[in-house]
Ligand binder design. Structure first.
Ligand SMILES: [Zn+2]
Length: 369
């Protein structure tokens, strides 16, 4: 099947395909080695391909286009395939003049390799870009439900008991509020889910290190971050995080167009919540950042959350090598990467490459003249 050229079954396979695609395109890969190894003992790294218009080092481009895959580990199968396809189909030969492109493959290589959404320290990388020098937001909803979200046992009884408590919360506050309480990000339960950490994790530090080199002269930085797991099966929705009228939202619309959906901050939350594109905007100022989180839907959100909670239990209390452990892993992979569906894969590719191309054109036109 042609799609197998781009999609992979494991992190190691994805990494090899990315490196091969770069080599075929005549581009060098800079590997930022991760301190740990994968389940097969394989090396882990954040691999980067850069195209600088004048090949200078450090890059002096005023316009930089960044594409990231694997922020949420296991979600990396989609973004990796898009990056490989962009290289193999000659995307690097069609970059508008004056733009530097940075392709970051597997920004959370540990989670990608181990089939986890989180990093090696159980951190949700897309909640880890908080300003840790300031006080972090409290999350009473998560606090109230912490034991039901992550019960100590994972069997039919324990899951059903937890479900009763979660449903009661949804009955009182609504299903959206429940999902937000679970997924909104929290900074007080290191063994819980959607945990933002207390300091920058390896992936955040490494991303910053790379951007410091390539964005030293940047005035306009577009960032495309590819995710999976939320939304309608096979549909790719562009998101920006922020309130209407704020620079994050205005810029996203200016560069990527009207089909960027605004994910407004939930009541009681703030930029401290640690979204990566928010953190990057802060770090790269005064450069203008045009963030776009491209999210591909898979299965119902309840299936996804249950799989994430089960995986959290497995790594804290269970045995990944047991039959139950293997089943939990398989389900986690399925809800973020429906590899059995050729249609899903084909839609991921066409939508990603289309958004990527539109972003390049938008960046070329932004601030021109
Ligand atoms: Zn994600």
């Amino acid at each position: 099947m042609a799609l197998d050229e781009y999609f992979s079954d494991t992190y190691a396979e994805a990494r090899a395909k990315f490196q091969d695609a770069a080599a075929e395109a005549g581009l060098a890969v800079a590997s930022h080695d991760h301190p740990m190894t994968g389940p097969g003992g394989e090396a882990l790294a954040l691999d980067v391909v850069t195209l600088c218009p004048d090949a200078s080092s450090p890059c002096r481009a005023e316009r930089v286009f960044v594409v990231m895959s694997g922020t949420h580990g296991v979600e990396g199968f989609a973004g990796s395939a898009a990056q490989i396809a962009w290289l193999k189909r000659g995307g690097h030969e069609r970059v508008p003049d004056g733009i530097s492109v940075i392709v970051m493959h597997a920004v959370n290589p540990y989670g990608f390799a181990w089939i986890r959404r989180v990093t090696e320290d159980n951190i949700d990388l897309n909640r880890n870009f908080a300003d840790f020098g300031r006080s972090l937001p409290s999350k009473p909803g998560y606090d109230e439900l912490a034991e039901a979200i992550c019960p100590r046992a994972w069997n039919d009884n324990a899951v059903a008991e937890a479900e009763v408590r979660l449903t009661a919360y949804a009955d009182r506050h609504g299903r959206r509020a429940l999902n937000r309480a679970i997924m909104g990000g929290q900074f007080t339960h290191p063994e819980g889910v959607f945990y933002g950490g207390t300091k920058p994790t390896w992936s955040r530090q490494t991303i910053f290190k790379i951007l410091e080199i390539y964005c030293s002269a940047a005035k306009h930085v577009a960032v495309l971050d590819i995710h999976t797991g939320l939304g309608e099966f096979g549909t790719g929705v562009c998101y920006c995080v922020g309130d209407e009228g704020t620079p994050a939202v205005t810029r996203a619309h200016d560069l990527w167009g009207d089909d960027v959906t605004v994910m407004a901050a939930a009541p009681g939350s703030s930029v401290h919540d640690g979204y990566n594109l928010t953190g990057l905007s802060r770090a790269l100022a005064p450069a203008a950042v045009y963030g776009n989180t491209l999210e591909f839907g898979t299965y119902p959100v309840g299936d996804m959350l249950k799989a994430v909670r089960a995986d959290n239990w497995l790594h804290l209390h269970g045995d990944p090598a047991s039959a139950q452990g293997r089943a939990i892993k398989q389900e986690l992979k399925r809800v973020f990467y429906p590899a059995e569906s050729e249609e899903w894969k084909s839609r991921v590719l066409s939508r990603s490459l289309d958004v990527w191309q539109r972003g390049l054109e938008g960046l070329a036109a932004t601030g021109a003249g």
